[in-house]
Design a protein. Structure first.
Length: 277
């Protein structure tokens, strides 16, 4: 089992699960859209998540929520670059990932720092991206998504979602390794082209993807698979998120991608304590 990745000169150990804190620099993300559009607020949020125990900060410059519209490369760069430059200088020991599918964004970032590339499209939106990631030696989050953000929730269908994703990972890993990419994190893509039933089938069988002996990322935080079942809204979905985080940890998740860092860190601390008691 590969339980560490190298990001630039830093080694990120996942002997114990780690927390990836979400920082959306967008006006339209489903939970925190518009909260951090000023660089001062975004930097304070980075500091807060770091102090609460996040080992990775995941920065997003475009919204990937269902029905989200695409923005230009220049607009995405204008959102990401000023903060990322400031944050990497202020917090040189923090690891950053960037939620992007564009090679131009990755090339621009590579001029001043190393990152994890968190690509929701598995290279399908930009044919240059995989070569770009390989050229810079960046770790890569391989995520499964059926369709695109604009269309992904329009009647998603699978033969068997669990094994369709398994086959997807197997095929894409062969491609990535041929390109020389070895630091890979697997993300089954909760909510990305899946019904509520699909999402829970994946979560219940998340350990299935440990066959690849790679870190597994669980992006469950405050998603509709939680608040629709609870008949509430994302603002009231923290307790449900924590419950599903525990299930993900039981199924071998290495990374929890979250809005609420403190609570996720506490969940991991208790989970690890039980394991060693």
């Amino acid at each position: 089992m590969i339980n560490s990745i190298k990001v630039g000169g830093q080694l990120l150990s996942m002997e114990s699960p780690v927390v990836m804190g979400i920082l959306n620099l967008t006006p339209d993300s489903f939970f925190d859209g518009g909260k951090y559009d000023k660089i001062e607020d975004a930097l304070l949020r980075v500091e807060q998540m770091k102090n609460e125990g996040a080992q990775i900060i995941d920065i997003g410059g475009f919204s990937s929520r269902p029905s989200a519209q695409m923005i230009s490369v220049s607009e995405e760069l204008d959102r990401i670059i000023p903060l990322l430059k400031e944050a990497t200088q202020t917090y040189p020991n923090l690891i950053f990932s960037v939620d992007t599918f564009r090679s131009e964004v990755v090339d621009t970032i590579a001029k001043f720092t190393a990152i994890i590339v968190n690509d929701i499209t598995a290279g399908k939106k930009d044919e240059k991206l995989i070569d770009c990631v390989s050229a810079h030696g960046f770790p890569y989050v391989l995520m499964h998504m059926q369709g695109s953000p604009e269309t992904m929730q329009v009647k998603p269908e699978y033969d068997d979602v669990r094994f369709d994703i398994l086959k997807f990972f197997s095929n894409k890993l062969t491609e990535l390794r041929k390109k020389g990419i070895d630091d890979i994190i697997l993300d089954p893509g909760f909510g990305f082209g899946k019904t509520i039933e699909h999402n829970y089938a994946i979560l219940k069988n998340l350990e299935l993807y440990s066959v690849f002996e790679l870190p597994i990322l669980a992006g469950l935080s405050r998603k509709s698979m939680i608040y629709k079942v609870l008949k509430t809204k994302s603002e009231d979905a923290l307790n449900g998120t924590t419950a599903l985080h525990w299930q993900a940890l039981m199924q071998g998740a290495s990374i929890l991608r979250v809005h609420d860092v403190k609570e996720a860190v506490q969940t991991i601390t208790l989970f690890e304590h039980i394991k060693t008691s």
